[in-house]
Design a protein around this ligand. Structure first.
Ligand SMILES: [Zn+2]
Ligand SMILES: [Zn+2]
Length: 395
């Protein structure tokens, strides 16, 4: 294609997209302060927590390069970097398939690599003896997609994936020509990648859900006396989400599983807590969980039910030990509604919450008995009923 043809194609694509819009609404079209949505899409298919610092740095470097190229209109280079992010997410998928279907994957890797097989499992190509996402990079990019057949990839998707590699090769070739010269052409290509990665993840869906249900209902995983981490948040993050490098897309499938569907299993109480912890993790990851103060975070109120002292120590950061040692008040009181010693005061919001009966009070609603120091609700006198009664009996 010569430059005039490229220009024509650009104009016609541009007209297709914005031709019907009034000119005044197009002024934002060329401003690139915000990256277009399509570019962020790949984020949903990449893990957010990595096995080590070098993996994290690698992904961050790719993003930075992509962003810099895009903002400067260097679409062809942005394209190559997007391709690399795409391949990274494919490698993470393959790593998961390897954990789920080890035998079949070993066989498939053998057929692909034959005598180079030992190279794949070698020390240089693994980390501490384990495969990692980068291990798959020694397999040719067109060939590596064949491993996705283990989860049922069909010929038509395979063909399209191979086309990506061909286009990438054309764009990355140092032939002295810039072929990808417009924003719209670039975003169209990105769209192709995004729809393909979504199709590939769909193939993983059943396997990931099955893995989750099996893991969650295994007593070694859910029983707080046995499991790696006592805290349900730590347990679900460290022993499941991180181990399987789960992405936003997969967590979104899992969070939709109804808690009640675990009702029949032994250990339901613990399974439920872990499942709720996973949903909470997803909400935090996607920014749906804007509650800034612990005392207003419904998840934390649920998590520390009847454990008000733990809430104060861990979420408000007030140490009972230091209060005793250095003075200062540990904000735990008897609840005026249920009498349990589960009422917590949060100075920052001037709010009280009872971790037993779930009552909430504003600061002004609570006063303290001048005799016994117990909290009273909307009291008109400065002494509580019990103390008053006692005094009257004495007199
Ligand atoms: Zn209460
Ligand atoms: Zn009193």
């Amino acid at each position: 294609m010569n430059n005039i043809e490229i220009g024509k194609e650009y104009v016609s694509k541009m007209l297709e997209k914005v031709g019907h819009l009034p000119l005044s609404s197009l002024k934002d079209y060329t401003i690139k302060d915000e990256l277009p949505e399509q570019i962020h899409e790949i984020n949903k298919f990449l893990p957010q927590v990595f096995q080590d610092e070098s993996e994290k740095k690698y992904i961050e470097a790719l993003y930075l390069a992509l962003e810099t190229s895009y903002r400067n209109g260097l679409y062809q280079f942005a394209y190559v970097q997007y391709h690399m992010l795409f391949m990274t997410s494919i490698y993470f998928v393959l790593l998961k398939i390897y954990m789920l279907h080890k035998e079949e994957m070993d066989k498939a890797i053998y057929y692909l690599l034959k005598e180079r097989k030992s190279e794949f499992y070698s020390e240089e190509n693994t980390k501490r003896g384990e495969l990692y996402f980068g291990s798959f990079a020694i397999i040719g990019e067109s060939d590596v997609f064949m491993l996705l057949r283990v989860i049922g990839l069909n010929d038509s998707i395979l063909g399209e994936l191979k086309k990506f590699v061909k286009s990438r090769n054309i764009y990355a070739h140092a032939n002295g020509r810039l072929l990808l010269t417009s924003d719209n052409l670039f975003l169209d290509e990105i769209q192709q990648y995004n729809s393909k990665i979504e199709q590939i993840f769909d193939l993983l869906k059943d396997g990931i859900i099955k893995l989750y249900v099996e893991t969650l209902t295994n007593s070694d995983f859910y029983d707080p006396e046995i499991r790696g981490y006592y805290d349900p948040d730590d347990q679900i993050t460290q022993e499941f989400i991180n181990i399987y490098s789960l992405t936003q897309t997969e967590l979104n499938w899992l969070r939709k599983i109804k808690t009640s569907s675990f009702k029949e299993y032994d250990g339901y109480e613990h399974i439920k807590d872990l499942h709720i912890a996973l949903c909470h993790y997803y909400n935090r990851m996607t920014g749906n969980d804007e509650d800034a103060c612990p005392i207003e975070d419904s998840y934390l109120l649920y998590k520390y039910r009847d454990k008000a002292d733990e809430f104060i120590e861990r979420e408000l950061g007030i140490s009972g030990y230091e209060c005793v040692k250095d003075g200062g008040e540990f904000p735990l009181y008897d609840c005026p509604d249920c009498d349990e010693n589960q009422l917590v005061y949060d100075r920052e919001t001037d709010k009280y919450h009872c971790f037993h009966c779930d009552s909430n009070f504003s600061g002004y609603e609570i006063s303290f008995c001048s005799d016994c120091d117990r909290p009273m609700k909307n009291a008109e006198s400065c002494i509580c009923d019990a103390c008053l009664k006692e005094k009257m009996e004495k007199d």
